[in-house]
Design a protein around this ligand. Structure first.
Ligand code: AMP
Ligand code: ZN
Length: 112
C-alpha cells in the first residue's frame, strides 16, 4: 500500500522512533510545531478517525494512554496537547490515523 506511515511501520522509510510495541509506534514529527512533537500511530492501516470502528476501541485507548505516558517521559509536566486531524476540514495530510502530541510550550486556543 502506498502509505507513508505504513512505510515507517515497515522500516522502508526511517523515523526517529520513541516507542514501539506489537500494536503501535510513536516517532518524532519531521516538522515539529513545538519543542516536543511526536506522533502515535497504530501499526495497522486505518486511514482516518472516520474509519475507526468499535473493534478498534482497545487500540484507540492504547494510543491515548501511550500518548499520556510518552508526554510525561518527554518532560511535559506542565501539560500538553493532543490533536487528531480528520479529513479535509480537519487539515489531515497523511491518511493513516495519527495522534499528534505537542508540548513544552504554551498552546493557544482557538486553533487557526
Ligand atoms: P496531519 O496534517 O495531521 O495529517 O499530520 C501529518 C504529520 O506528519 C505532519 O505534522 C508532518 O510533519 C508529519 N510527517 C510527514 N512526513 C513525516 C515523516 N517522514 N516522518 C515524520 N513525520 C512526518
Ligand atoms: Zn498506512
Amino acid at each position: 500500500m502506498d502509505c507513508l506511515f505504513c512505510k515507517i511501520v515497515s522500516g522502508d522509510i526511517p523515523a526517529q522512533k520513541i516507542y514501539e510495541d506489537d500494536q503501535i509506534l510513536a516517532f518524532n514529527d519531521i516538522s515539529p510545531q513545538a519543542p516536543v512533537h511526536f506522533l502515535v500511530i497504530p501499526k495497522k492501516h486505518i486511514s482516518t478517525l472516520n474509519h475507526l470502528t468499535a473493534d478498534d476501541k482497545e487500540l484507540a485507548g492504547h494510543i491515548l494512554l501511550t500518548a499520556q505516558h510518552l508526554a510525561k517521559e518527554s518532560g511535559c509536566e506542565a501539560g500538553f496537547r493532543v490533536v487528531m486531524n480528520c479529513e479535509e476540514h480537519g487539515g489531515q495530510t497523511v491518511y493513516h490515523i495519527h495522534m499528534h502530541v505537542l508540548g513544552k510550550r504554551q498552546m493557544t486556543w482557538p486553533p487557526g
